[in-house]
Design a protein around this ligand. Structure first.
Ligand SMILES: NC(=O)c1ccc[n+]([C@@H]2O[C@H](COP(=O)([O-])OP(=O)(O)OC[C@H]3O[C@@H](n4cnc5c(N)ncnc54)[C@H](OP(=O)(O)O)[C@@H]3O)[C@@H](O)[C@H]2O)c1
Length: 330
């Protein structure tokens, strides 16, 4: 009989103990009905250290060993992009619910495979696009949906920072899906997709590092009525990293850094006001997606009603489409 996690804490595992795994673990252990039960690394020492830091019971030196632990109910996949699909399939096969980091996988075909497996096994699967669950982003979505300031006329959304070129790092590693587009370009694209939907046409232009990973990517998404989204990702320049929605009767600006807990400024009727969402500085913001995931799991759901399969499919399709235009193949 399938165990129903009703009264107890949901037992979580984390696969791939890098930068984001630390942040996620920091937030996960603040959730009352979640337990960081197990972690898995390619190195026992790293797993032991991580487990000790966050109070996990089990520390595995292989991802497979974690997936074979029958106690695990939910897993967070925090490996490089190119491994997401295989890691997800491995866990779904063992009936473990999967919260998989963005980009969900390398291309639409891989995402389709993951969704098909989740459906076949009747197990929860969700892309960890955490911004979707942040209260300031939900607030902006509501304001845009209600047309508080009229229809959107234009979006400007960017994500840019610098890091020295180093092919030992995941961000620049072509075989791991490195480059700006998949890593951070996904956020500006998300800001357009979540508000205006799929564009009618896409223009894109990119610059590349010597190993063929993209150092920057500029995109224009065109919609009906000449509405356009101007989107940018770059790892060779610090940019405002804001999402600005220009509407008929006002502007909604998600301030720096728009994809993490931040403030929102409304410019309308000749006035400007900034809304503070009272985020807890001790929490990075991954808590919101994890709470949602726990709720889905407890409700016996196999798909999120916010980060739906359809949305993940559209998001990866847009990344595929942009890659085709800029000639970026992995
Ligand atoms: N939602 C967000 O805000 C956010 C932020 C950053 C990154 N991410 C996503 O999370 C994923 C991981 O990013 P990260 O910044 O945490 O990367 P990272 O610091 O490089 O960590 C990735 C981990 O994956 C494991 N791994 C397995 N095979 C690997 C290989 N061949 N090369 C490198 N690492 C390998 C390693 O863990 P072990 O050594 O323990 O096996 C490594 O520590 C990416 O897909 C990224 O897009 C999301």
């Amino acid at each position: 009989m399938t165990q129903k996690p009703q009264q107890k804490k949901i037992k979580w595992g984390i696969i791939g103990l890098g930068g984001i795994a630390h942040k996620f673990a920091n937030d996960l252990i603040t959730i009352e009905d979640a337990e960081l039960y197990a972690v898995a690394s390619r190195s026992q020492e790293k797993a032991d250290e991580f487990a000790q830091q966050y109070g996990a019971t089990k520390a595995y030196a292989s991802y497979e060993d974690l997936a074979n632990d029958p106690n695990i109910e939910a897993v967070y996949i925090a490996t490089p992009h190119a491994l997401h699909k295989d890691n997800a399939l491995m866990c779904l096969e063992k009936d473990i619910a999967v919260l998989g980091e963005k980009p969900f996988a390398m291309n639409a075909q891989e995402v389709d495979e993951m969704i098909a497996k989740a459906k076949e096994k009747n197990v929860l699967l969700m892309e960890a696009l955490w911004t979707y669950f942040l209260p300031h982003y939900q607030y902006v979505l509501k304001e845009l949906e209600n047309k508080t300031y009229g229809n959107i006329l234009k979006i400007e959304s960017d994500f840019g920072f610098t890091m020295p070129y180093d092919t030992d790092k995941r961000l620049f590693n072509k075989s791991m899906g490195g480059g700006s587009l998949l890593d951070i370009g996904i956020y500006p694209i998300f800001s357009s997709l979540s508000t205006l939907g799929m564009p009618n046409s896409i223009e894109a232009k990119a610059d590349f590092f010597e190993n063929g990973t993209d150092s920057s990517c500029d995109m224009i998404f065109s919609y009906d009525n000449d509405i356009k989204s101007y989107l940018k990702s770059t790892i060779k320049e610090v940019t405002p990293t804001e999402a600005i929605f220009y509407c008929e009767n006002g502007t909604i600006k998600i301030n720096r850094e728009f994809h993490i807990p931040t403030t929102v400024t409304i410019i309308a009727n000749g006035e400007q006001r900034t809304i503070d969402f009272g985020y807890n500085p001790d929490i990075f913001g991954y808590r919101y997606e994890a709470v949602h995931f726990n709720q889905l799991l407890r409700a016996g759901k196999t798909e999120s009603d916010i980060m739906t399969f359809d949305f993940s499919k559209k998001l990866i399709k847009l990344l595929d489409d942009v890659r085709e235009i800029i000639n970026l193949e992995y």
